[in-house]
Design a protein around this ligand. Structure first.
Ligand code: ADP
Length: 251
C-alpha cells in the first residue's frame, strides 16, 4: 500500500533521507520510532505531499505518488494529479485543527460533501457511525470548544476516516494531550486498527502502544531504517546497540 523506493530528501545541505526503502502492506499497522530529527515527520510530510522528493519514488496503492505517468514515462506529479492521490490518504496531527465554527457533526461531514460529492444525508449517516466508533455519539451537536483535547482528537480521527482513505497517517497524535486523556485516544486507535482493514503508518513516542497495536515497528536513525521487526522482537531483543540505547532512554 505504501512503497518508498530509494527516496532521497534534502533540506539544503542536510540530507534527511538517504535512499530510503520500505514498504507497508495493505491493512498493516506500522509504527515509526526513533530519535528526534531522524526523519520520521519528513516521511509523513512526503506522503501528505507537503514536501517533494529529491530522488527516488513513492507509491501509494500501487500508483506513483511523487510522480505521474505521462506518455509512457514518469514525470514529477503536478497539482491536479496530487489532488486525486491525496484523497486516498487521511491524516491526524498532534494539533487537532477542527473547524472551530462548526459543530462536531459538520466537522466530519464537510469534506465528504464538498470533496467527494456525497449527499448530506449519506455524509450524516457515515459521520454518525464514525462518532459511534470513536465513542462520541452524544457529541454530534457540540462545538469543538466544548470538548476536551482527547474528545477533539477523537473527532479529528473520525473526520479523517470519513473520507474513506486507504492509508491513515498518524503524527504524534497524543503528544499535545494531557496524560489522563492519552488512553482514550489510544483505545480508539486500537479499535480502528483491529476492526478495519485500513493501512496505518504511525509516528509515536508511545512505546507501549506501538508494542500493543503494531504489526511492525521501524526504528529510524539518521534517515535510515535501522531495524524493522515485529514489536515483540524489536522491544525485547533489539539487534542494534543504537536501538537498545534509544529504548533505554524512552521506556
Ligand atoms: P523527526 O520527525 O524524526 O523528529 P524530522 O523529519 O522532523 O525528524 O526532521 C529530520 C531532519 O530534517 C532534521 O534535521 C530537521 O532539522 C530537518 N528538517 C525537517 N523539516 C525541515 C525544513 N522544513 N527545513 C529544513 N530542515 C528541516
Amino acid at each position: 500500500m505504501i512503497r518508498f523506493d530509494r527516496v532521497v530528501k534534502k533540506f539544503g545541505d542536510n540530507t534527511v533521507l538517504r535512499e530510503l526503502d520500505f514498504t507497508v502492506a495493505p491493512g498493516e499497522f506500522v509504527s515509526l520510532i526513533g530519535p528526534s530529527g531522524s526523519g520520521k515527520t519528513t516521511i509523513l510530510r512526503l506522503l501528505m505531499t507537503l514536501e517533494k522528493v529529491d530522488g527516488g519514488m513513492i507509491e501509494v496503492g500501487g500508483q506513483p505518488l511523487s510522480h505521474m505517468p505521462r506518455r509512457g514515462k514518469l514525470v514529477p506529479a503536478d497539482e491536479k494529479y496530487l489532488r486525486g492521490m491525496r484523497r486516498r490518504i487521511g491524516m491526524v496531527f498532534q494539533q487537532f485543527n477542527l473547524f472551530p465554527n462548526m459543530r462536531v457533526l459538520q466537522n466530519i461531514t464537510e469534506a465528504p460533501v464538498r470533496a467527494l460529492g456525497l449527499s448530506r444525508e449519506d455524509a450524516v449517516r457515515r459521520a454518525t457511525e464514525l462518532l459511534d466508533l470513536v465513542g462520541l455519539a452524544d457529541k454530534a451537536d457540540a462545538h469543538p470548544t466544548q470538548l476536551s483535547g482527547g474528545q477533539q482528537q477523537r473527532v479529528a480521527i473520525a473526520r479523517a476516516l470519513a473520507m474513506r482513505p486507504e492509508v491513515l497517517l498518524l503524527d504524534e497524535v497524543t503528544s499535545a494531550l494531557d496524560p489522563e486523556l492519552v488512553a482514550e485516544v489510544l483505545r480508539v486507535l486500537r479499535e480502528i486498527a483491529t476492526t478495519t482493514d485500513i493501512t496505518i503508518l504511525c509516528v509515536t513516542h508511545e512505546m507501549q502502544f506501538a508494542r500493543e497495536v503494531s504489526d511492525r515497528v521501524m526504528m529510524f536513525d539518521r534517515g535510515q531504517v535501522l531495524e524493522d521487526a515485529p514489536p515483540d522482537r524489536l522491544f525485547t531483543a533489539p539487534e542494534h546497540e543504537r536501538t537498545k540505547e534509544f529504548l533505554r532512554a524512552v521506556i
